[in-house]
Design a protein around this ligand. Structure first.
Ligand SMILES: [Zn+2]
Length: 555
């Protein structure tokens, strides 16, 4: 069995830039370390080598040992190589930590990690002030930034003159009040004019360029300065000025773990705190970004309350159901939600674009017998499926499922995959499950796609509906639930209309509005800390490795 030859350290364990242990594949491993593994069938080998600068490299390499494996790290180094030995000891410690984290990630609940890594890029923190560049050279239409000698590992960074002029953030180019650009990119010449003497890196590491014959400045000269911090961020992140923050890592849950969270008080917040207490709101919202399910209590029994709750996150999403809508049972209902029968686990508006990201349901009455709400973590079930039946999982990530709504002049259709894996990481991220709104599969189906999807979907559905996976609660008047409709499925037990009344008022929030609020949260959490840098690829490799390990274990 061969596992991927490359492994990278989780960001949290990665040492500062330029430190000795930057993980890197090296051409000629010259030392071998073997570490014990918590799982009996796996051991990890790390090759340690020195390059010409005598700097250590740690190379990931995993292999299965067929016989008994070493229970303590060993080092095959020459006797007099004490410096290397010391450095290897440090490495050993680092790798032990890495191993611990990875075991935690994989080991719980039969191989299902508790947390899914964010997908739009992880935060790797870099120093804001240590300058990476010491010199700048002008070259045709480019400016080349030369790495400072102390910034090891840093490569030349080349930026176009046009980009630099277009990205000037001086008060003349960016309106200080509105933050808006005062000129159009088309106002600039193809190659803005400057000269060798007018491009330099200053002592503080910032880049200064004086533009000549600047059209935005009526032909006068114009000064652009990018601070060392901005340059660092540019170096690590190709477009730092689009600063949508990566999502908070998700906590996957089942009945037991969510019930524990409920008992700890983390899943409930008072309506007044949500609206008026900043600290309480952000704590609750952060919790929500992890589990995708939260409850508000003591909500005023008014039809407007659900709007007040949603507005704390952002504007409502308007759909053909209106700004808000009522879930009450009624005869000859146009939607199965408006009946009193059992409503299987599903997600809302799979036929709509964009699919609402958040759904809010405020309970105004629930005196009927029955009518308990059911919730299930679709991503958790998807991971369970991956762990138990990777082939079924693959079918659900690849087969098109068609959804539609065609009634009362509303003609809505959309095609989705049952499980959407993140393109960068391969991790399940979004589920699309709404049997009542499925339309037909293509009739001409010589590959028997429908049959294969049906078999895989049945397995997925069983996992979604497993008692151990569902959280069930009977909502009381004055409670409001918010859930992430991209991932948390909801349903309802049958209820008896003759025994009372049941009335929920609901509304939706778009994916963009939600992500904007999540970005605000991440920026708050990062306040005063070093800048985040995109390292999606790195994350992707870690996740891919986990996936492969799971697959290998199955074989
Ligand atoms: Zn400017």
């Amino acid at each position: 069995m061969t596992l991927p030859a490359r492994i990278s350290l989780p960001v949290a364990l990665r040492p500062a830039r330029g430190a000795l242990t930057t993980p890197r594949v090296c051409a000629t491993p010259s030392r071998t370390l073997t570490f014990p593994a918590a799982q009996p069938h796996y051991a990890r080998r790390f090759h340690v080598s020195t390059n010409t600068k005598q700097r250590l490299r740690l190379t990931g390499n995993q292999s299965q040992l067929t016989g008994p494996y070493n229970t303590s790290p060993t080092l095959k180094a020459t006797e007099n190589d004490t410096a290397l030995r010391k450095e290897v000891e440090d490495l050993k410690e680092l790798v032990a930590k890495l191993q611990e984290e990875r075991e935690q990630l994989v080991a719980t609940k039969g191989g299902i990690p508790n947390t899914i890594e964010p997908t739009l890029g992880e935060r790797e923190c870099i120093s804001q002030d240590a300058p990476l560049f010491s010199d700048a050279k002008l070259d045709a239409q480019w400016v080349k930034l030369i790495p400072a000698p102390e910034a090891e590992d840093t490569k030349l960074m080349i930026l176009s003159r046009l980009w630099l002029r277009d990205s000037c953030n001086c008060p003349k180019c960016l309106d200080p009040d509105s933050g808006q650009k005062t000129f159009s990119t088309t106002d600039l010449p193809e190659v803005p004019a400057t000269s060798r003497d007018n491009v330099r890196v200053r002592n503080d590491g910032s880049l200064e360029i004086i533009w000549e014959n600047d059209p935005i400045s009526n032909g006068e000269s114009h000064r652009t300065v990018l601070s060392a911090g901005e340059l660092n961020l540019l170096y690590h992140n190709n477009n730092p000025r689009i600063q949508l923050q990566p999502p908070i890592p998700r906590t996957l849950w089942d009945n037991a773990s969510y019930t524990d969270l409920v008992r700890s008080g983390a899943c409930h917040i008072d309506y007044n705190d949500w609206r008026n207490n900043d600290e309480a709101f952000w704590t609750a919202f952060e919790q929500f970004t992890k589990t995708g399910l939260i409850f508000l209590k003591n909500v005023p029994q008014e039809e407007h309350s659900v709007i007040n709750i949603a507005n704390r996150i952002g504007p409502l999403q308007y759909t053909f159901y209106g700004w808000t809508w009522d879930v009450k049972s009624k005869p000859r209902a146009e939607n199965v939600a408006y009946t009193n029968v059992f409503l299987g686990l599903h997600q809302d508006l799979m036929y709509h674009d964009p699919i609402p990201r958040l759904q809010l349901l405020h309970c105004l009455a629930n005196s009927c017998e029955g009518g308990e709400s059911l919730f299930s973590d679709g991503v958790h079930a998807a991971l369970q499926l991956l762990n138990t039946d990777p082939e079924a999982y693959d079918i659900l990530t690849k087969t098109d499922v068609h959804f539609g709504y065609d009634k009362g002049g509303h003609h809505y259709y959309a095609t989705r995959k049952t499980i959407e894996a993140d393109p960068n990481t391969g991790a399940p991220f979004i589920t699309h499950w709404a049997p009542p709104f499925q339309t037909s599969f293509p009739a001409k189906d010589k590959n028997n796609r429908l049959r294969r999807w049906r078999d895989a979907a049945e397995k997925f559905q069983r996992l979604l509906e497993k008692e151990e996976n569902m959280y069930e609660v009977k909502m009381k008047p004055g409670e409001c639930v918010i859930f992430d409709n991209s991932r948390v499925l909801h349903g309802r037990r049958e209820f008896e209309t003759s025994t009372g009344s049941r009335w929920l008022k609901g509304t939706y929030i778009t994916p963009q509005v939600y992500r904007a609020k999540e970005t605000e949260l991440v920026r708050r959490l990062n306040k005063g800390k070093p800048w985040p840098v995109d390292s999606t690829e790195e994350r992707g490799r870690i996740w891919q490795l986990e996936r492969d390990m799971v697959k290998q274990r199955k074989k």
